[in-house]
Design a protein. Structure first.
Length: 172
């Protein structure tokens, strides 16, 4: 999965939750290929020598590291979303696909951090309080706060955030 992400060959992901009796789709979530970053993938231990595919290494996709904006609901609570609603959610996110992988990873991680605050409007110090979380995701970066400010500007330019002035922001 790491090489697929690095090579731009990540597949789209559909997550289906269904109910057996009566047979019904409870939820269907679409995660676009460009929403996967290296920080959203966790390497698993290689398979032991006692199994047929010994040495094979898989991964876990850490869904909590994929921003809620990138989890597009097609069906939610047994109700299909309108095609226009799904297209609108995808179109809103699509500009991220044009960012280079490293920048996109940071942008999505900062968007996840913003979403973790659980509010629509927030202040820069609130994001700075999440510096350790971002440092764990990007241990080679020693300038977390400036990088975070830069990514807030990218999110603003992509139309996902609104800058209100004096270090205040609003999610759109």
């Amino acid at each position: 999965m790491r090489s697929a992400i690095l090579d731009g060959q990540t597949p789209n992901l559909l997550l289906l939750q269904y109910q057996a009796l009566p047979l019904a789709v409870r939820s269907l979530i679409f995660i676009p290929d460009f929403s996967f970053t290296l920080s959203a993938v966790e390497r698993r231990k290689p398979l032991p020598s006692t199994v047929r595919r010994a040495g094979w290494v898989g991964c876990n996709i850490l869904l909590d590291r994929i921003p809620i904006d990138a989890r597009i609901s097609i069906v939610k609570e047994n109700r299909p979303a309108s095609p226009a609603e799904v297209r609108r959610a995808y179109s809103r996110l699509k500009p991220l696909a044009d960012l280079k992988l490293e920048k996109r990873g940071w942008t999505l991680d900062v968007l996840s951090a913003v979403r973790s605050l659980g509010k629509t409007e927030f202040e820069l110090p609130e994001i700075y309080a999440l510096e350790n979380t971002l440092k764990k995701l990007h241990p080679d970066n020693h300038h977390i706060q400036p990088k975070t400010r830069q990514q807030l500007q990218v999110l603003r330019d992509l139309g996902l955030l609104e800058f209100l002035g004096d270090g205040s922001y609003r999610l759109k």
